[in-house]
Design a protein around this ligand. Structure first.
Ligand SMILES: Nc1ncnc2c1ncn2[C@@H]1O[C@H](COP(=O)(O)OP(=O)(O)OP(=O)(O)O)[C@@H](O)[C@H]1O
Ligand SMILES: [Mg+2]
Length: 414
């Protein structure tokens, strides 16, 4: 039987046309681009939990930064860091992207050829590399050479902010670096970026903006590398999506299925409520619960494939359903750390009875029949494992992700 394609994709960033919410953050980043266009760059750092939507946000921003409708015409370079990334990798990525974009402009081909000559120099140094010396791939001198090359490119192709000379009409260079929490000590990314931006500033190149994204631990990575590197970036933490954003996301999904010719397809209001309840607003969880519910509906509904609340529930709880998949990725490792600790499990069992409710140390200690000291140290550990979060103002705790409670109940039915 014909069936529609599943409109949810939990394993990939959302295409910019289906991006929902984050209005305030978008405004801030558009302001950062507008400032850079006028020679006053503001650099930014997007932080968030795993699956919060950091990469999707960078993708959305990239589209805006090259959009005529938004009146932006930036040269955008994307780079995702991993444990092996080096400064030279970043320089090569910038070289490739800039050359690819500017290849159509024959008058500057010569300039581009010469601009990146320093990369070959460092590559050649790598061949005769002596392991007792600092790695040439992360050499400090790369910073200066990269900054000087970027300056040459910007002054040849971007609008000159002081004279208004259009050159090739570009607004500047937007450097987007994802997964910064993954960077190695050798890359020393905080020092690298701070010195790069200072050098650019000192040579009068003010149309380069750097946007970083990573887990909350990115802050520590930057501070460890250079204590004042964090100060260079305006931090934008991405929290959970709001209910109306999730409703918007489901409306997009509904439209996508209808556009395939299934024009009676819909999500029942109860199914939307159930996805909101299970996901707690976490972007990745919305897609995972939606994906599994949709599969269930396709297997069990009539011709219209309408998604009902029962599909969301059964898609969540079935073997290899949404809860198990989410649990494997987000909860299993932390759970293994506490599975033999009765006092923690006893606290969690109580807290999971009402996962949206905040509780005090005193209340949970009385309910779990543990003394205050034991309760306090258990709560600290559970917070460190990100199973609980604490509200700094009130000192009250709650379960971090509501669906953790459903996952735990599945594991500990008694
Ligand atoms: N604003 C959004 N609108 C709609 N869907 C979103 C949005 N943000 C994220 N998503 C969806 O949430 C999931 C996670 O998104 P993404 O991969 O961007 O998160 P991430 O924070 O980069 O994750 P990770 O920490 O694993 O790198 C994806 O399925 C994506 O499609
Ligand atoms: Mg990501």
């Amino acid at each position: 039987m014909d069936r529609p394609l599943n409109p949810f994709d939990p394993s990939h960033p959302i295409p910019p046309g289906q991006f929902v919410g984050r209005e305030q953050e978008i405004e801030e980043l558009k302001a950062a681009l507008a400032h850079a266009k006028r020679g006053r760059p503001r650099h930014f750092l997007i932080t968030g939990d795993r699956g919060a939507g950091k990469t999707s946000f960078l993708d959305y921003l990239r589209t805006n930064a090259t959009s005529r409708a938004q009146k932006f015409n930036f040269i955008v370079v994307d780079f995702a860091v991993d444990q092996n990334s080096t400064r030279l990798d970043l320089a090569r990525t910038i070289q490739d992207k800039v050359n690819e974009l500017l290849a159509i402009h024959s008058p500057i081909r010569d300039l581009l050829g010469k601009t990146w000559a320093f990369i070959q120099r460092f590559e050649a140094a790598g061949i005769s590399y002596n392991p007792s010396e600092p790695s040439p791939e992360n050499h400090r001198e790369i910073i200066r050479s990269l900054a000087d090359s970027l300056r040459k490119v910007v002054s040849a192709v971007c609008v000159d902010v002081s004279t208004g000379e259009p050159n090739l009409g570009y607004d500047g260079v937007l450097l987007l670096i994802d997964e910064v929490d993954q960077s190695s000590d050798d890359l020393d990314i905080g020092t690298f970026l701070k010195l790069l931006l200072e050098r650019l500033n000192s040579v009068g190149c003010k149309q380069v903006v750097v946007g970083l994204a990573g887990l909350h631990s990115t802050r520590q990575v930057l501070i460890k590398s250079h204590p004042s590197s964090l100060r260079v970036f305006d931090e934008l933490p991405l929290g959970d999506l709001k209910s109306e954003d999730i409703e918007g996301l489901l409306a997009h999904a509904e439209l996508q299925v209808r556009n395939e010719g299934y024009d009676r397809f819909s999500f029942s209001p109860e199914s939307i409520g159930q996805i909101l309840e299970f996901s707690g607003g976490h972007a990745h969880f919305v897609h995972q619960f939606g994906y599994c519910a949709f599969e269930k509906a396709c297997r069990s509904s009539g011709d219209d494939f309408r998604v009902e609340a029962t599909h969301v529930v059964s898609g969540a709880f079935e073997p290899r359903g949404a809860l198990e998949l989410i649990g494997d990725m987000y909860f299993q490792t932390s759970y293994e750390r506490i599975v033999d600790k009765n006092e923690m499990l006893s606290i969690l069992d109580r807290a999971c009875e009402s996962p949206s409710v905040h509780f005090s140390i005193e209340a949970i200690s009385a309910e779990s029949r543990l003394d205050i000291q034991t309760t306090r140290s258990a709560l600290n550990e559970l917070t460190e494992l990100s199973i609980l979060i604490v509200d700094k103002a009130s000192g009250l705790y709650r379960i971090r992700h509501r669906c953790f409670a459903y996952w735990l109940k599945q594991r500990r039915p008694s």
